[in-house]
Design a protein around this ligand. Sequence first.
Ligand code: ADP
Ligand code: ZN
Ligand code: ZN
Length: 835
Amino acid sequence: MERPLRLFLLADVILPLPLADTYTYRLPETMRGKVEAGSRLIVPFGSKKIYSAIVLRAYEGPYDDEKQLKDAIDLLDDAPVLLPSQLWLWQWIADYYLCTLGEVYKAALPSGLKLESESVVVYNPDYDDDNPLTKSEQHVLDLMERLRKQKVLDLQKVVEVKNVLPVVKNLLEKGALTMHEELRQNYRPRTVNCVRLTEDYFSQDRLNELFDQLKRAQRQADLLVRYLDLSKAAAALTLDNRSLLVEIEKQTLMEGQSEAAFRALKERGVLEVYEKEVSRIGQMDNWTNGQLSRDNGALSEAQKCAFDEIQTSFLKHDTCLLHGVTSSGKTEIYIRLIQEQIAQGRQVLYMLPEIVLTAQLVERLRRVFGSRLGVYHSKYPDAERVEVWKRQLSSQPYDIIVGVRSSIFLPFQNLGLVIIDEEHETSFKQQDPAPRYHARNVALVMAHHMGAKTLLGTATPSLESYYNAQSGKYGLVTLSERFGQVQLPLIRVVDIRQQRHRKEMKGAFTTPLLQAMRDALDHRQQIILFQNRRGYAPQVECQTCGWTPRCTHCDVSLTQHHGSRQMVCHYCGATYPIPQRCPQCEGYELLPVGYGTERIEEDLQKYFPQARVARMDLDTTRSRTAYERLLADFERGQIDILVGTQMVTKGLDFDRVSVVGILNADALLNQPDFRSYERAFQLMSQVAGRAGRRRQQGLVIMQTRSPELPLISQVVANDYPAFYLSQVEERQAFRYPPFSRLVYVHLRHRDHPTVARLAADMATLLRQQFGTRVLGPDTPAVSRVAQLWRRQLILKIETTASMADARRRLRQIRARLLSQPQYRSAQLFFDVDPM
Ligand code: ADP
Ligand code: ZN
Ligand code: ZN
């Protein structure tokens, strides 16, 4: 006899942990009908830990092992925090990038939405409770007032509330507690009074009638006219005829107006006041809605052409590549495209690499889009990211989000267009930790899934994207002139070897570069210098015996840093004192070798004592404000020479830069990576593009030891097609992307013999499945980092083969190896489409 099947109310959930599977929990009867996919559920896991899990599926069904079934504790939200399209994307990412859903969950949600036992919450002393708290909320808050800062787990132990997590969540939402991450900036929503026309008056006829009635109430009529003017001004710029819905701040409206007239209009039911939460994100001090001034930039002929071509291309293609030289006015074209989308009631995601998303750009966009624009940046406080997230789920989501890599994870209810600016940027790829996703590629998949178009914009396309455009998969639109017909910069190549030979070098500077700099300074122009090494010197060497200090945790030499007066390992971050004597030969002559940005900065002060020099690299821009301050100072002309790493190559748009110096082009070329030439071309073209953007032609001095390389002349001639052809031939010959797909296999272990054995075993298993498509195992150039020995294998899969099948096999191999006891503490991960 079969037992009758028992049915349970169940939910499959994703935990924020690197677990291979989803887990199933039983839901209490009280949650019947309330739990949906995308809801946050509080569940126990492991020994006494609780997490907020994401529901993937809620259903009624049998469960084989009733005793094992754990109960969900609580439901956190009335409505899901994730839309079905997002859950779909999470699954796509986990599958494609060979990681777990838990890892995607961790990357996707801002911490404020990831409440768990380990989260640390902090009491907010500025909280004044205007809305009443429940008994348990008050209890927890009283306790927190004494404790100040507490892990949720520990709070649970001392509190008389059964489940503290939902209570904490409510207190977080009310602003009484904050997540620890936000300590820097306690967050509470800021509100302003806004004014709007009531719906009764949404027609021209009703308004005309009203104006008739107001014939003898001049001040009311004036006020109404002002209101309409302001709202129209704003509306005209957004090409939207919902003009009367535009938010007008009361303060702006009332300038020079009568308060009594305002009250009268309110009483007549014409105007109404409402409180609007304003985000602090990117809020400009001098910005108010309604005061929309703009040097109304009509598109140039070339821009208009490109704009039309993009629209046409979207009729045929889902994706279009806009290849426009630096300063050709791509941003202006994006703005028009965004306006079109908004007019059709659709949303836009405008994605940029982190360091290109500056206050400068946000301000430019905010002038056009006002409060319809949301900004999503990883360096903003978590609470602001939570706010953007929630607004995206609300009935009034942002029409446009400008954001970095992680903005791909935001909810979009009606996405029409994704713009990926600087699409070639490698920082769109997340390196560590998993998910090792490429935001551009994920965006393409997401846009396709949602029926949206994607525009890729850049002056230096990635080889893959250009290849897709050439082969007809993407549309291609080219914009080859700069806005205002400013000429592209003149690039002068200077041979370092020759200069050395003639003894004309001064430190890292050739005579022509020094001369050009002197000229620029004489003419009160600005200079950007690019040196791709931070610190003072990449190495220190004993003059007697050649000894150099190395990191004890990693297989690399240490970089000397002057600012912090220490030696630093750029791989693990460990620091050491600067050695006074050589431990090997006891010699005293330890000299710096090579030039980092710090040393360049120091030398500049010697050569140009009058010039104001600033440095922009990781060390000087740890905080977002530091970075923005540097940019602002440079823009205001308070800096004459800006020296920096890659950071100075991106997106800076300044008037007075007439000279750009590339101190050592060769450093970019000699990288052991099939993409090194592509990257070198991109970096050099981009940094060159910083010169002479507005008025006169700029000058770029490129110092190199290999002026005869074809790549150098391709950069000089700004000949992307020639560069593309030469590279694509090589990629084809050696079966590199886009002619194959790569998966890197990374292996790490504390113990050297173990990692070697693991690599050998991995190679055997891989070769059984993939044959000659497997390369390695190899020892990477830096063979040990942070005490872990490294090995690597490369898998090259032809584009015609089934990647889904390959991924399935890779998962099996990984599971098989990691289940062996000797590899239990090994790290084994895949990097799909590595950058
Ligand atoms: P890109 O993104 O292609 O490098 P930008 O969009 O930053 O170029 O434009 C370069 C410069 O030209 C900017 O200073 C921008 O303000 C100006 N510009 C571009 N298009 C217009 C336009 N249609 N009207 C006025 N100024 C424009
Ligand atoms: Zn020595
Ligand atoms: Zn180290």
